[in-house]
Design a protein around this ligand. Structure first.
Ligand code: AMP
Length: 295
């Protein structure tokens, strides 16, 4: 992992070109790959050189993916890393929830799919992701950490066809803890931050280590505004885990076979896991250097 440090931000312009290319290709790939979806958002065709985005990693920002079961903490760790590395955190789950709350044309259909714990069609996801990348590009964003995408082999193949992913971090946690974490998850309806009221203490058994996680409680100002995600009920969480095992676990093998997968077993809550994750990513000194530079 010593080479990872060399992937850190270099040229925003080079990266912007990659994102632009990514967005165009997503639009054309989805048009080519999907014809059976219930909803057909407008997609555009672009003619682009297939090798335009195959840039030397030294000349661009990081392009990483976070994989892991629902509730494992992809959003928490991806967004912390994004703050550290200065890249956008792009969560397709957040894009879906934004679309739901906007009461746009897709929201009724999305509501039903998400509340049952099912996956949204590739066409809709790719359309939302394309839109997000265009907005980011206009704001001068570069590089990204993708969270919640790709979630199927088809999505991974589309992504691989258009852009180089440098690294895929696979966060892992035992299933009983995942369920407890999802059931304890709360969201502030005002500021949008995630919290968790679960106090997890499970004993080591069947080869799994013991895990303790303190609750991540909200500040006083968020306390009266906490809401629970509609798909964080026990029934829906179990369905999401089933779908993860069926559709998304093969994505782990996809990247493992390409030598891009970094497996990371979470040892506990954020205080124990964060420093170990930074070490696994060879970024443990990076945080110190960043804070020294900010001082
Ligand atoms: P998440 O917040 O990542 O758990 O995502 C919430 C919900 O959004 C999922 O249960 C899916 O219904 C939908 N979703 C998010 N990302 C994807 C994706 N890449 N493919 C299909 N559906 C997705």
């Amino acid at each position: 992992m010593a080479t990872l440090i060399r992937l850190l931000p270099k040229s925003p312009l080079a990266s912007r070109a990659s994102v632009s290319y990514f967005q165009r290709c997503l639009s054309s790939s989805v048009a080519a790959s999907q014809s059976d979806s219930l909803v057909s958002p407008p997609v555009h065709h672009f003619t682009v050189s297939p090798n335009l985005n195959r840039r030397d990693p030294k000349d661009r920002n990081v392009q990483w993916v976070f994989l892991g079961c629902p509730g494992v903490g992809k959003g928490t760790y991806a967004s912390r890393l994004c703050n550290l590395l200065g890249v956008p955190h792009i969560s397709t789950g957040d894009l879906v929830r934004d679309e739901l709350s906007s009461s746009g044309p897709l929201s009724e259909q999305l509501n039903e799919i998400v509340n049952q714990g099912k996956l949204v069609s590739d066409e809709i996801i790719l359309s939302l992701l394309s839109k997000r990348l265009v907005t980011g590009e206009a704001k001068g964003e570069s590089g990204f950490i993708l969270d919640g995408f790709p979630r199927t082999i088809k999505q991974a193949e589309i992504l691989e066809g258009i852009i180089d992913i440098d690294l895929v971090v696979n966060l892992k946690l035992r299933e009983d803890v995942l369920i407890e974490k999802c059931l304890g998850r709360r969201l502030c309806s005002q500021c949008g931050k995630n919290f968790n009221i679960a106090s997890i203490n499970v004993k080591g058994e069947n080869g799994y280590p013991a895990i303790s996680m303190a609750p991540l409680l909200p500040p006083e100002s968020c306390m009266s505004r906490l809401i629970t995600r509609a798909d964080d009920t026990e029934k829906v969480v179990k369905e999401r885990l089933r779908i993860y095992n069926e559709k998304s676990q093969p994505v782990e093998d996809f990247y493992r076979s390409r030598g891009k997968l970094l497996e990371f077993d979470l040892p506990g809550g954020i205080p124990e896991s964060w420093p170990k994750l930074l070490k696994a990513l060879d970024l443990d000194n990076y945080e110190e250097k960043e804070s020294a530079a900010m001082a």
